[in-house]
Write a protein of this length. Structure first.
Length: 127
């Protein structure tokens, strides 16, 4: 008999990640103005909605939030790619460096939180 496997649900990118990925794709196709509009929408969505969601997930630290924390670490990295693509040769080193630093810090914070949540066990399991 085949053993039933437990399916891991796929967590899609948050809305900000999708908007930033679209900005990157549109920028790669050479459409700068629509790319900047999508970049702006993605950045605003990340700052307004996704930031609150991440803070709430960090405060609750429930085990089922681990995959969502990992998914929420991708928009800052996608923003860096989209900015470099859209700005091209006009890219500012300070803005690029700030986006890179932000992406690394968000990734480290969320990966650390995801690891801490995954290591939590109930008291009855530790005894």
């Amino acid at each position: 008999m085949n053993k039933p496997t437990t399916a891991v649900p796929v967590r899609p990118l948050p809305l900000s990640g999708l908007l930033l990925a679209l900005a990157y794709a549109v920028g790669m196709l050479g459409f700068e103005m629509p790319g900047w509009a999508l970049f702006s929408a993605g950045a605003l969505t990340w700052m307004m909605a996704d930031g609150r969601t991440v803070v709430r997930m960090l405060a609750r630290s429930a085990p089922h939030h681990t995959q969502r924390l990992i998914a929420y670490s991708t928009p800052p990295a996608i923003a860096l790619l989209a900015y470099m693509t859209l700005a091209g040769g006009q890219a500012d080193a300070v803005v690029g460096g700030a986006l890179a630093l932000h992406a690394v810090l968000v990734w480290a914070l969320l990966m650390g939180a995801a690891y801490a949540v995954s290591q939590q066990t109930a008291v009855s399991q530790r005894i």
